[in-house]
Every structure is written in structure tokens, then in C-alpha cells.
Design a protein around this ligand. Structure first.
Ligand SMILES: [Zn+2]
Ligand SMILES: [Zn+2]
Length: 355
């Protein structure tokens, strides 16, 4: 009996080991195919002509397993723009097959919106043959942000060139060039860039004490998107969103943040409770964002910069509160990998999720 049992165990190990080897070979084959796809085409080249929004970070400053730090990519025709570069943004974009040349626009300089900037610049440099630095648009002060990252990455840049050679990693392509955006006194907005059929308008929002803080509007071939940036309820966002195809608005649930505040008080952590009490006053609730979308005639609303994190899908209802009642159009809560496509010449928004 014992001999039969031992034989069965050996047989099981042999079969199991064989399966293990086959699974491993299949996995390598899959990787080969993914690598070949990734090397020959990036996402922008596979999309139809139009305006596309890809969420590369739908969260805020809190740790969140489903949503990275703030990042919204806009693909207009063949151009790639990245609005905010939260931690992990470059890796998320790389995983989603987005690469090549890009321009970065910062809404403001809160740490969670810039702490992935170094990696974005490095991946652009290493993933292309570009010999000019990354262009970084932002409010005045963006010069200090660029200088700080350039200094922090100076050693790394020199190692890369020394290791791979100046042909592959030309020193002139490393780093960041700041492009300050100045909105004239008395004005609310300024056109930042108008190239290749793409028009980008920066506008003031209200995120005090962060001053100035910006939102952006992109127009391309009759399609449009507004990205609010971090803001409390702002009439400028509503004005810029008039008739826009898609409003990407930040959202914070005061009710759910209050749950965190109460928890901090109960745990005897007054500093954390104070922070939780402070943050709602410079953000917008889902209900307020829905009212802005309704009053401005925005055709669709995507909530992002989701605060607090929603670890359970069932929290989406409490997060939204009565927002759906306040807005007639489609309303979505963003997750990393959400791709919203607005084809040129059309009026629809196609929504899917990349993984
Ligand atoms: Zn933020
Ligand atoms: Zn902020």
C-alpha cells in the first residue's frame, strides 16, 4: 500500500512539474508578444484621430490600491500631453502603452501632483531619440520645480549617458525646461499653446492657499475637454466648461472625510483630525461638481482626484451622494486606465478601461 502511495506522489509531482514548465513557456510566449506590440506601436498611434483622455492617476494624496496619484493624459491627434505627474504616473503610462514625446502641464505644485515628474522626464528621454528636454508648463514658480528636479536627477542623468553612451542617452535630452504660464492681472485665462490643431487654455481656479492654481481646457478638431485641477467651487471652471464634451473634475466627499476625521479623534490623533477638517474647504464635492456640469452644459462628467480612497465598490454610492440627481448627463468615477475617446467629427464619447 505504501509503495502505491509513494508511486502516486511521484507521478503527481512529475505531472505537476510538467504543467509548471508548460505554463512557464506559455507565459514567456505571451511576454514576447506583448513586448513586440509595445516596441512597434504606442497607444496614440492605434487610436483614431480625435481627442482622448487617459486616466493615469485617479487618486489624491492618500495611499490607494486602485487609484494612483493625480495624472491625466490627453492625446490630441498624435500629440501627448500629461496634466500632473503624481507618484507612479510614468510607470502607469508605460504599463498602458503610452510613450514617446510628451509635454507636461502642472495644475499646481502640491507634492502629490509633482512627485512622479522625475520619472516622466527620464522615461521620455530613455524611450525616444529626443535631444531636447521635457517642456514643463505651470504657474510662475515652475522654474524652481524644474531646477529642483534637474538637480536631483543630475547624478542619474550622468550615469545613464556614461553607461549607454551619448548616442543612446544624449545629455541634451535629459531634464526639464520650465515654461511659466502668466495670466494677466484682471484676466481669468490665457492660451498656452496652439499647435498641430491643438489649443490649450490655462485658467485660474480656487485652491487657496495654493496661488495660483490652474485648470486646463483642450480643444482639438471640434472636440473639447476641461480638466479642473484641484479647486473649490469655481465660476471660472463653469465658464470654461460651457458646452464642453467632457468635464474632468476633482471630487472630495466631505461626508467620507468626516468619517476619517472622527476616526482620528477617537484614536487620539489630533494632528490628523485637523488635516481632515481642513481639506474639504479647498476641494469640490461630487454634488457640487455635478451642479457645475449641469449649469455649464458639459456633455459628460468624469470625477477624478477621488478623496478619500474607495476600497470597496459599495462606497461609490455614499461617495456620490445626490450627485446623479443633479446632473442629466453621464457621470463616472475615474479609475486608473480609463480611456475616454472623442473621435474628430463625431459627437460621442467612447469609454473603456485599459489594463
Ligand atoms: Zn491634489
Ligand atoms: Zn492640491
Amino acid at each position: 500500500m505504501k509503495r502505491i502511495l509513494a508511486g502516486l506522489i511521484v507521478l503527481a509531482l512529475l505531472v505537476g512539474g510538467g504543467l509548471y514548465a508548460v505554463r512557464g513557456k506559455l507565459a514567456v510566449k505571451l511576454v514576447e508578444r506583448r513586448v513586440a506590440e509595445g516596441m512597434t506601436s504606442d497607444l496614440a498611434s492605434r487610436l483614431p484621430d480625435g481627442l482622448h483622455v487617459l486616466i493615469c492617476g485617479a487618486g489624491g494624496p492618500f495611499p490607494d490600491a486602485d487609484r494612483g496619484a493625480p495624472c491625466t493624459a490627453v492625446i490630441a491627434g498624435k500629440r501627448l500631453f500629461i496634466v500632473d505627474t503624481g507618484e507612479g504616473a510614468g510607470r502607469t503610462l508605460g504599463r498602458l502603452g503610452v510613450g514617446g514625446d510628451s509635454v507636461v502641464l502642472l495644475t499646481h505644485f502640491h507634492s502629490d501632483h509633482i512627485d512622479g515628474l522625475g520619472n516622466i522626464a527620464l522615461m521620455r528621454w530613455g524611450g525616444s531619440n529626443l535631444t531636447t528636454p521635457l517642456s514643463l508648463y505651470g504657474a510662475p514658480g515652475v522654474e524652481r520645480i524644474a531646477a529642483g528636479f534637474n538637480e536631483a536627477y543630475a547624478f542619474d542623468s550622468s550615469y545613464r549617458t556614461a553607461h549607454h553612451g551619448a548616442e543612446v542617452m544624449p545629455p541634451s535630452g535629459a531634464g526639464i525646461t520650465p515654461r511659466p504660464i502668466v495670466i494677466a492681472a484682471g484676466a481669468d485665462s490665457v492660451v498656452v499653446l496652439e499647435e498641430d490643431g491643438v489649443k490649450i487654455t490655462a485658467f485660474r481656479v480656487d485652491h487657496g492657499p495654493v496661488e495660483p492654481a490652474l485648470g486646463y481646457r483642450f480643444d482639438y478638431k471640434g472636440r473639447s475637454v476641461v480638466i479642473s485641477g484641484d479647486t473649490s467651487v469655481s465660476p471660472v471652471v463653469a465658464a470654461q466648461s460651457r458646452g464642453v464634451d467632457l468635464l474632468v473634475h476633482e471630487a472630495l466627499s466631505p461626508e467620507l472625510v468626516k468619517v476619517l476625521q472622527d476616526g482620528a479623534i477617537r484614536a487620539g490623533r489630533p494632528k490628523r483630525a485637523k488635516i481632515m477638517a481642513d481639506i474639504p474647504n479647498y476641494h469640490t464635492s461630487p454634488l457640487e461638481a455635478a451642479r457645475i456640469a449641469q449649469s455649464s452644459g458639459a456633455k459628460a462628467l468624469l470625477l477624478t482626484h477621488i478623496v478619500p480612497p474607495l476600497p470597496l465598490r459599495a462606497l461609490e454610492g455614499p461617495f456620490l451622494g445626490k450627485a446623479r440627481d443633479a446632473y442629466d448627463g453621464p457621470l463616472w468615477i475615474a479609475r486608473d486606465g480609463d480611456l475616454l475617446s472623442m473621435p474628430a467629427g463625431g459627437s460621442q464619447i467612447d469609454r473603456r478601461r485599459l489594463r
